[in-house]
Write a protein that binds this ligand. Structure first.
Ligand code: NAD
Length: 285
């Protein structure tokens, strides 16, 4: 039976470290890291995420500002807000909750955020820096996965790592981070042939496809480490990952549950990134 990777515990320990450092820095600078979160429209899932981010900011002692804009906000209004926050010294990190309503250009918004305040690490400058392995911020979810692997002393070097999904937010950066740790990385996507066979080679399998219970036990090698990034809402309202947890836990050596696995790590990394941004902007790092 696989050991359960407990994202809640690891996330709490990361947030505690951030809170301790934040309190120390406040003693010497009299300043707090500030995170601005922009949300446009009424998407219920986005509202939950934004609320969780706000709570995390309060917990670690950050200043948090929420900008809840109506669904009919124009591109120009949104760009003006980003520009204002880029120039606000109290704000060290800016996050625009995605997805945006269809009439808004997400790419333009991401590119308008100053790379120094881009704590999601979505800006092309930060993506490029990650590619060459010389970065200030890592994208929150893949970095959270790496933190989990480190916490459980799971060695990546020389291991067969298979990442399911090639999105800019999860799959691609995830692959790059595993590569930086000397994993042998294969990226799979919707056009991959013999997917089950490829998955079965993995010592470390990361699922980020967005399809409930996509990874079944027959796709998993005995004693593999299985990381489930997926968050899917079932008809009964419950959350479910991309992995068939009930059956895969009998094959894997380690497995993340959903909820309580990767999810809490995303916010913990966001707090870490905001602290890093604060230190860089105040020349403390
Ligand atoms: P996405 O839709 O942008 O990307 C999905 C990827 O899966 C694509 O690259 C696609 O090629 C691949 N895919 C789709 N169908 C496939 C198939 N049949 N076979 C193989 N590959 C297939 O999604 P995303 O933003 O990367 O998110 C993936 C999942 O992770 C979602 O469930 C999302 O909710 C979740 N997520 C969780 C967190 C977290 O904090 N835990 C953060 C971001 C995303």
């Amino acid at each position: 039976m696989a050991k359960i990777i407990d994202g809640k515990t690891v996330s709490a320990s990361v947030k505690q470290k951030v809170a301790d450092e934040c309190a120390e820095l406040f003693k010497t600078t009299g300043k707090k890291p500030g995170l601005a979160v922009i949300i446009v429209g009424d998407d219920p899932a986005s509202k939950v995420y934004v609320n969780n981010k706000k709570k995390a900011c309060e917990l670690v002692g950050f200043l948090s500002k929420e900008y809840a804009l109506p669904a009919q906000t124009t591109q120009q209004e949104l760009m003006e807000l980003v520009e204002k926050l880029n120039n606000d010294d109290e704000i060290n990190g800016i996050l625009c909750q995605l997805p945006l309503p269809k009439h808004l250009d997400e790419k333009a918004v991401i590119e308008a955020i100053s790379p120094k305040k881009d704590v999601d690490a979505f800006h092309a400058v930060n993506v490029g820096k990650i590619m060459i392995g010389d970065y200030d911020f890592l994208p929150c979810t893949p970095a959270g996965v790496m933190e989990l692997l480190a916490y459980y002393n799971i060695d990546i070097e020389g291991k067969e790592c298979v990442v399911l999904g090639r999105s800019n937010i999860v799959g691609k950066p995830m692959s790059m981070l595993l590569l930086h740790k000397n994993g042998t990385v294969t990226i799979c996507h919707s056009r991959t042939k013999n997917l089950a066979e490829v998955c079965k080679r993995a010592d470390i399998l990361v699922a980020a496809v967005g399809i409930a219970k996509f990874v079944t036990a027959d796709m998993v090698k005995e004693n593999a480490v299985v990381i489930d990034v997926g968050i899917n809402r079932m008809d009964n309202g419950k959350l479910c990952g991309d992995v068939d947890f009930e059956n895969v836990q009998n094959v894997a050596s380690y497995i993340t549950p959903v909820p309580g696995g990767v999810g809490p790590m995303t916010i913990a990394t966001l707090m870490k990134n905001t602290l890093t941004a604060f230190k860089i902007q105040n020349k403390l790092a």
